[in-house]
Design a binder for this molecule. Structure first.
Ligand code: SF4
Length: 193
């Protein structure tokens, strides 16, 4: 049994409504902030793209990569933990999840926001950056803290985004092959017109 949103996506796919499907992806990327349980765990212990070490993050921030701006913004907020043991004292289950998800656990640096209070509250809540206001993003590399209110919705949305992406890929391949067939069937007389 599919949910209402999946039925809507299936109807758009059946109608070949590429524009609305693109808008749907955009919508699925924004998770409702009402899912946040306001525990501050993602501010207390975070990784960047799951695997990056501190030196890799700094190098990315100084590069002209498309993620350089995100890396710079992250560095203005977050500072690295000095040891994995220090992180394990704060969020042992999250560390386990990260280490299970990455190929080289020894490379990962964990970070803490400079503005999170002891009780998990954001000390610059009214002025927090856009990244904090829209975090987290559904993505294969997003690792949620155990018990995070976004996890279920984020995972569901990521599956839907992948479903639409696979549909786009399949339809583009079909359309390409239809164009090729039309090109091949053109008679010399038609191609002169
Ligand atoms: S600025 Fe506030 S919301 Fe953003 S990571 Fe830091 S404590 Fe969390």
């Amino acid at each position: 049994m599919t949910d209402f949103e999946q039925q809507e996506i299936d109807a758009l796919k059946a109608a070949d409504d590429f524009t609305s499907l693109g808008q749907k992806i955009h919508q699925l990327m924004r998770l409702p902030q009402s899912h946040c349980k306001q525990r501050g765990n993602c501010c207390r212990v975070a990784t960047f793209k799951g695997t990056l070490s501190y030196s890799e993050l700094v190098a990315l921030a100084e590069s002209d990569d498309e993620d350089a701006t995100n890396a710079r913004e992250f560095l203005t907020l977050f500072e690295p933990y000095q040891s994995v043991e220090a992180v394990q004292e704060v969020a042992p289950l999250f560390v386990e999840r990260v280490f299970e998800a990455v190929e080289q656990p020894e490379k990962v640096t964990f970070f803490k926001c400079r503005f999170v209070a002891e009780d998990g509250r954001c000390q610059i809540h009214e002025d927090r950056p856009t990244g904090c206001r829209v975090y987290p993003f559904p993505h294969a590399k997003t690792i949620y803290h155990p018990g995070c209110g976004f996890e279920q919705k984020g995972t569901e949305n990521w599956n839907k985004i992948q479903d639409i992406s696979q549909f786009f890929e399949k339809r583009f391949q079909e359309l390409n092959s239809e164009v090729e067939t039309l090109e091949n069937n053109k008679t010399p007389q038609n191609s002169d017109q």
